[in-house]
Design a protein around this ligand. Structure first.
Ligand code: CAA
Length: 389
């Protein structure tokens, strides 16, 4: 039985910060961001757009009523959780109106956990082939004003429906994972923003890639010659480019090298404009590849490198399914272009606004532009969501 990704939905905030604006404000050469990091803009979330509204909006954009009747598991993968106890997936389940006899929960391991969620979804479908599992990677990547990580922030959600006989990508059973205990990026419960050993984190990313790839090759016998495209976790696209260069070997035929490079450019097109969305960034790379590449065909093997600081990494592959192009959107670029550009002071105010709770633990939020759902406020410490008309 083939199991894999049947549909993909995406949501990102309605505001953007252009990297040229950030460069000017921080007295940095614009080329450092555009060429050094390969970033053009970052999506900026207001206080009324959180990981729940983004997750529900991403899923709502692709689900039918029939899906909502058949989904029996909702998993939200995140590293920017809004609650230490209640899972974001429970809110999402309610906002979407999914039938009640479903299992809803949250998963965490930095940017890696959506990959674990897909694995868990696959195991579930193996046992229950008529089920549908909703996996959503949802994050707001916030490092702080004038921090080293400031140019690699971002926000967005990527929703995937995992089913038997999928219409986009069928997973191959070839996953190889690696765990190593390192302090490259972490966020203790008492901190709003992560602690980051920036350069060390990039070394861990690349070393996890090459060592997991070596083990993957040993176990599967596959080489880069077997792949039409390779998608990478995208904390910022330049790091993934360094990753791709590490996997390229001299014996690879030149046209194939060109194809891999060209497809890589397609895979980073959206992240260049959105920034880091942590758990979803690898899968935003997949969506970007599918919606921008013109030469992909059914049967093509796509490779995936998932990396979560801490660190857990995984390499796996999937085959494109006949008719995959019918499941995609042609308006995505337009949606990205429509985001409202922010000045530096608007960005600093909007992205870092803190809820000012009154003595009852309540607050109402201003009506910023959001996607399909909005966080309207907090009442007695309970988050209040509504659908945008
Ligand atoms: N023109 C062109 N390029 C320029 C330039 C200019 N004027 N000035 C600098 N550059 C280049 C540099 O040469 C460098 O490129 P190379 O790496 O190819 O040499 C690049 O711009 C970045 O410049 P710096 O090396 O000076 O780096 P920085 O001090 O700005 O920090 C960073 C970069 C470490 C990534 C920092 O943004 C950061 O800490 N980000 C958050 C951590 C992160 O994203 N880590 C990634 C791995 S961890 C992970 O994957 C999990 C996750 O999602 C967080």
């Amino acid at each position: 039985m083939l199991i894999g990704i049947d549909k993909i939905g995406f949501a990102t905030p309605k505001y953007q910060l252009k990297m040229t604006e950030l460069a000017m404000a921080r007295d940095v050469e614009p080329a450092k961001y555009s060429e050094g990091l390969l970033l053009d803009a970052l999506s900026i979330a207001p206080i009324s757009e959180d990981i729940v509204t983004l997750a529900a909006s991403a899923a709502q954009s692709m689900l039918t009523d029939e899906d909502k009747e058949k989904i029996d598991m909702v998993i939200v993968a995140t590293e920017s959780s809004i609650d230490q106890s209640k899972a974001a997936a429970v809110y999402v389940h309610a906002l979407l109106g999914i039938q009640p006899f479903a299992r809803s929960f949250e998963m965490k391991e930095a940017c890696y956990s959506a990959t674990a969620a897909l694995n868990y979804a696959k195991l579930h479908i193996e046992k229950s082939p008529t089920s549908r599992v909703l996996v959503i990677a949802s994050d707001i990547a916030k490092y702080g004003i004038q921090s080293a990580g400031e140019p690699t922030q971002g926000a967005g959600s990527l929703a995937m429906l995992v089913t038997a006989n999928p219409r986009i990508l069928a997973f191959k059973d070839d996953n190889v994972a690696q765990t190593r205990d390192v302090m490259d990026f972490w966020r203790p419960n008492y901190s709003e923003v992560p602690f980051v050993n920036g350069m060390y984190s990039t070394k861990q990313y690349l070393d996890s890639l090459t060592t997991t790839w070596a083990e993957y090759q040993k176990r599967t016998g596959l080489t880069m010659a077997d792949f039409t495209a390779f998608c990478f976790h995208l904390p910022f696209p330049k790091l993934a480019l360094k990753g791709l260069n590490k996997l390229m070997t001299k014996d690879l035929a030149l046209p194939h090298q060109e194809q891999l490079k060209e497809n890589f450019e397609h895979s980073i097109a959206y992240s260049k404009q959105v920034g880091n969305i942590y758990t979803g960034s690898l899968y935003l790379g997949l969506l970007s590849l599918l919606e921008n590449a013109k030469t992909l065909q059914a049967g093509d093997r796509l490779g995936f490198f998932s990396y979560g600081s801490g660190a857990v990494s995984e390499i796996f592959s999937g085959l494109l399914v006949e008719g995959f192009e019918n499941q995609l959107s042609s308006t995505r670029q337009n949606d990205l272009d429509q985001r409202t550009p922010l000045s530096i002071s608007e960005y600093e105010q909007l992205f870092f606004e803190q809820a000012q709770l009154d003595e009852n633990g309540s607050v109402s939020f201003a009506e910023h532009q959001t996607n399909t759902f909005r966080l309207t406020g907090i009442e007695q410490h309970q988050r209040q969501y509504s659908k945008v008309d």
